[in-house]
Design a protein around this ligand. Structure first.
Ligand code: MOS
Length: 741
């Protein structure tokens, strides 16, 4: 069976939900307003460590509109979150909110005021008086020697302490050695939509409209928290206004909204403010990375040591795994990767776009640039001399790797051959110009995922999966996959997501949604198509009767004989004759033993040009990004993803950092006027292209993900360009003007 014309895959397609979004019809979580809705406001802790001695709610209780106040004193005990979401396994907080009087970080929820309007809830929250038993908080990563430990796993799946060969011997014997420290700051995701939960009980059943990219996870957490079957918890999230790694796991406010609704007998909404997004929804933690590269005079790496110190909160174990890409990117026989984790009295960190990869590759790709200058070798040439023909840690073949093509295309599109390697050589009196580059890489992951496909009597189809749309194009790309597989035009296929009763899908993260859920969509649509075809082929009254499946093609909902296209029948005709309203198939897919045989990674390059004015202001005038991410399903949404990653890369390089007041352990810039992210005026010229060759092993589409690879290495490419322009090597992000004086 095959489909002939009208393929949508690999074609630029507008977002199928675009109109709903721009007309305001798309409903985001906070917009669900069941009748009698009440509003919860969180009271945050003002201290970073200690105990609540007394919590006086009397004045708040009397404020207008107040319905109830939850504190640790009147909140029922909840079950702990599932093991798979906490500790070394996951990213969640191990402690449920309002269960005791202990304060672990500033901003932690210590009470929730529920009132009849949002404003009244917030006003009353300010009237809650808390007396603390203050303790000296541990807030500086540099002062943590006593609380530091070596975590074993990143999110339950990747080893954090790794070695091969004899790195000490390699470092001692090397002709060339570079040893430097690179640091990255606390950064916050800042999606335009802040996190929100609307919770409603109806008897024993709980419905939650939650801003989440893990519907099934939230369902599981809520069910366990309240000791109820998962089937009685419904989680809904049809649209997400960006996440970048936030919104992924259980956060306290989700459980609190459900709890408040239960206690008050009314639906309750808790919506985090922008300020609360800085403390109650995760962040990218700081890293202090010491990196040693040992090489021969010819620029062959013989030893790499990459040691990361980072931090988590007292009630979580998230580790920014900055060393992991260093393990796999370059051929090098001797290596040691280590991660140390400190428990600070700071809010709980979490994944943020390319968690570990973005921060770690800033260090590695800056160091490679430094090595290139030490050796007087072109930075691209140095990388080619260390090109890994197989994955160097496990010596497995790559599933598919076209990194050399990425370098070649990047050189050509950027015009790298015109680069004068001398420092400060390319500008004029007014403007310094610098050119820098970096490699990018990201794992090609895939998770188990399920989908259901239904063909209806009118010949239209619906495909569903409990996945998410956080702005990356999932509705569109899944619709395309389903349409092509079913031989239907895009308009006749509807893809539904965002409901916990749909077939199980993984958290939308790790750039794996297309690779995972796409596989399920293809399998489910193939299965339903087979069912319909079987109906026709076995029915004497069908014109297709007696043919075999491989003689049939489908186009525009019409099944026909390949060699005699006039012999045909539509889906609608087949279903109508079979006297059935719908035919459906649900399929679970998962990766197989190909994961044992091959190393799955995506690759790419970033080439950046910076222009620096006499006051030290850096502008990124252009970036060329070339990506090898397997087959591109929709060049338009793919490009959007890459633009997003590059914009965040510019933010990471030049602007983004959350500042802690070390006296109090509080953030001083938790808002968008002082936490700077790039705006249109900061973005000039992006040249984005894809190698677009299918990965033969990852899945039926040949597609790896591309949500995160486009941020990785951008900060290094820019830092390397800044060095080329100025002769100043900045190893501490972001590269703000003061560091260039
Ligand atoms: Mo993504 S920040 O790896 O969930």
């Amino acid at each position: 069976m095959s489909q002939e014309a009208n393929k949508t895959i690999n074609q630029p397609k507008n977002r199928v939900e675009g109109k709903l979004k721009v007309t305001g019809e798309a409903r985001y979580s906070a917009e669900f307003a069941p009748p009698n809705l009440a509003y919860g406001a969180i009271v945050p802790s003002k201290i970073a460590k200690g105990r609540i001695k007394k919590i006086d709610t009397e004045a708040a209780q009397k404020a207008p509109g107040v319905i109830a106040i939850l504190t640790h004193q009147n909140t029922p005990r909840l079950n702990s979150p599932p093991e798979e979401f906490i500790g070394d396994n996951g990213l969640g907080e191990s402690r449920q909110p309002l269960q005791d009087n202990i304060v672990h970080y500033a901003g932690q929820h210590i009470a929730v005021v529920i009132a009849d309007t949002q404003v009244r809830a917030e006003r009353a929250a300010e009237l809650v008086k808390v007396t603390y038993d203050w303790q000296e908080p541990l807030v500086r990563l540099e002062q943590t020697s006593s609380s530091v430990f070596e975590p074993e796993l990143f999110v339950g799946r990747e080893k954090l302490q790794i070695s091969r060969g004899d790195v000490t011997q390699a470092l001692n014997s090397a002709a060339i050695k570079l040893e430097q420290t690179y640091t990255t700051p606390v950064e916050h995701h800042n999606p335009i939509e802040t996190s929100a939960t609307v919770a409603e009980w109806s008897g024993e059943r709980l419905t939650v409209y939650d801003t989440t990219r893990f519907i099934k996870g939230v369902q599981q957490v809520l069910a366990q928290s309240f000791g109820m079957p998962q089937a009685k918890v419904r989680v809904v999230c049809h649209y997400i206004g960006g996440s970048f790694g936030s919104k992924g796991f259980q956060w306290g406010h989700v459980v609190l909204a459900a709890l408040a609704a239960k206690q008050t007998g009314r639906p309750v909404r808790i919506e985090l403010s922008r300020q609360q997004m800085f403390t109650l929804a995760g962040h990218r933690p700081r890293t202090i990375q010491s990196l040693t590269l040992a090489a021969t005079k010819e620029g062959k790496l013989i030893g790499i040591k990459h040691a990361t110190l980072t931090h988590t909160s007292p009630i979580a174990q998230y580790t920014e795994s900055a060393g992991l890409m260093t393990k796999s990117l370059y051929a090098c026989p001797n290596l040691e990767i280590s991660h140390k984790l400190a428990r600070l009295n700071a809010p709980t960190p979490t994944v943020m776009r390319a968690p570990g990869q973005a921060s770690g590759m800033f260090a590695l790709e800056s160091a490679m640039d430094e090595l290139a200058y030490m050796l007087n070798i072109d930075p691209v040439e140095l990388r080619l001399r260390n090109y890994a023909e197989v994955e160097p840690q496990e010596q497995k073949p790559w599933s598919s790797k076209h990194l050399k093509e990425c370098y070649e295309r990047g050189i050509e599109r950027f015009g790298w051959q015109q680069r004068n390697p001398l420092l400060r050589s390319m500008g004029d009196d007014d403007t310094l110009i610098g050119w820098g580059m970096a490699t990018t890489t990201y794992p090609g992951m895939r998770q188990p995922a399920s989908a259901k496909a239904t063909i209806f009597a009118n010949g239209n189809a619906v495909v569903s999966s409990a996945t998410h749309e956080q702005g990356s194009g999932v509705y569109t790309v899944m619709s395309q996959l389903a349409a092509d597989s079913l031989g239907l035009p895009l308009e006749r296929v509807k893809f539904e997501l965002g409901e916990s009763q749909f077939p199980k899908a993984p958290v939308t993260g790790g750039s794996w949604t297309t690779a995972s859920v796409g596989s399920a969509v293809v399998a489910a649509t193939e299965a339903v198509k087979d069912k319909v075809l079987t109906l026709a082929l076995g029915d004497r009254t069908s014109p297709l009767f007696g043919s075999s499946q491989d003689q049939i093609a489908i186009s525009d909902g019409r099944l026909f004989l390949k060699d005699r296209p006039s012999v045909d029948e539509t889906y609608a005709e087949i279903l109508s004759r079979a006297n059935t309203d719908a035919v459906e198939a649900e399929v679970k897919t998962e990766p197989g033993d190909e994961r044992e045989k091959f190393a799955f990674f995506s690759f790419g390059t970033h080439f950046a040009e910076v222009k620096i004015d006499p006051f030290g202001q850096v502008r990124v005038s252009r970036i060329v990004g070339v990506y090898d991410v397997g087959r591109i399903l929709n060049p338009q949404t793919a490009r959007s993803q890459a633009v997003g990653g590059m914009v965040m890369g510019i933010g990471m390089a030049l602007m983004e950092h959350t500042i802690t007041d070390y006296r109090y352990g509080r953030y001083v810039n938790p808002n968008l006027s002082e936490y700077l992210v790039p705006v249109n005026a900061d973005i000039d010229n992006f040249d984005i292209s894809f190698i677009d060759r299918p990965d033969p092993y990852i899945n039926p589409m040949g597609s790896r993900g591309l949500g995160e690879i486009s941020i990785v290495g951008v900060a290094a490419a820019i830092a390397n360009a800044v060095y080329h322009a100025t002769g100043k090597r900045v190893r501490d992000l972001p590269i703000t003007l003061d560091k260039l004086l």
